[in-house]
Design a binder for this molecule. Structure first.
Ligand code: HEM
Length: 240
């Protein structure tokens, strides 16, 4: 638990900075249209805002009910408050990612979950430091229930990268529709897809089986964690 909380806090922070921040600035430099779509920025703006929440209206090229942080997108991208960030209106619509709502929501789910991870792991680390973590049942439950969220964040990140690079196979040079093989039939594509889906289904059942077995087994009573336990203090297994 101790190792998990410390590692979780460090990794959650690293996910935002430097890795997430670096990925964002790379996208801004190499794929500015992708950045505009991820952030729902239609008009080119100096001091562009960061959209925290809001729904796309792609037909009218606007975003409804936005909650904005003024100038923040310019700052995160260029480390200055007023630089210009190019909007989607700068390029013809045929060069936009086709599914902007999916891209926008996938990106915001990933970053939202990343922020949640930092907050929860920060509070858990504080409780650990103050020796209150094992008594804080609400936090133990929260940590347990949050276990699917990193998988969702990963999938959302992957969707962001894949949707964001559309409609290009080689960015700016070769479109996706020019890149598929005419030799491979749709049936072949389905066969491979279902084969992979089947393999991952088997692997996920194996994963749940192994996790369940570990939980039922509980912590090793002769291990270093048990040895560090204070007299009268509940072990994590007893807390359950
Ligand atoms: C905390 C704030 C985060 C920021 C600012 C951030 C930023 C980004 C950006 C800008 C991209 C797009 C890169 C591209 O289009 O090539 C990306 C991709 C990705 N992110 Fe995040 N991210 C964050 C959190 C997370 C978290 C918490 C996870 C998973 C636990 C995650 C997993 C991924 C994955 C798997 C990709 C796709 C990588 C690829 O296939 O190239 N991100 N992230």
């Amino acid at each position: 638990m101790r190792l998990g909380v410390i590692a979780g806090l460090i990794v959650s922070i690293l996910q935002l900075f430097p890795t997430g921040d670096w990925a964002g600035r790379m996208v801004a430099e190499k794929q500015p249209v992708t950045l505009a779509a991820m952030e729902a920025l239609f008009d080119t703006q100096h001091g562009a805002p960061l959209v925290i929440i809001g729904q796309h209206d792609v037909a009218n090229r606007t975003i409804d009910n936005p909650i904005l942080v003024p100038k923040m997108l310019s700052f995160l991208t260029y480390r200055r408050w007023n630089p210009e960030v190019k909007g989607l209106n700068e390029v013809p619509q045929r060069d936009w990612p086709q599914n902007i709502p999916l891209l926008y929501f996938a990106y915001h789910i990933m970053v939202g979950l990343g922020t949640l991870f930092i907050a929860v792991m920060g509070i858990a680390a504080l409780l650990l430091w103050r020796r209150k973590l094992y008594d804080a049942r609400w936090m133990l439950w929260l940590l347990t229930l949050m276990f699917p969220l990193p998988y969702i964040a990963n999938t959302a990140g992957w969707i962001t990268a894949e949707m964001g690079r559309q409609p290009w196979l080689v960015y700016g040079l070769m479109r996706t529709e020019e890149g598929f093989s005419k030799m491979v039939s749709a049936g072949n594509g389905w066969f491979t897809f279902l084969g992979f889906a089947g393999m991952y289904t088997v692997l996920s059942f194996l994963f749940f089986f192994l996790v369940r077995r570990e939980i039922e087994h509980g912590p090793d009573s002769s291990g270093p964690v048990a040895a560090q336990q204070q007299p009268g203090q509940l072990s994590p297994a007893e807390v359950r």
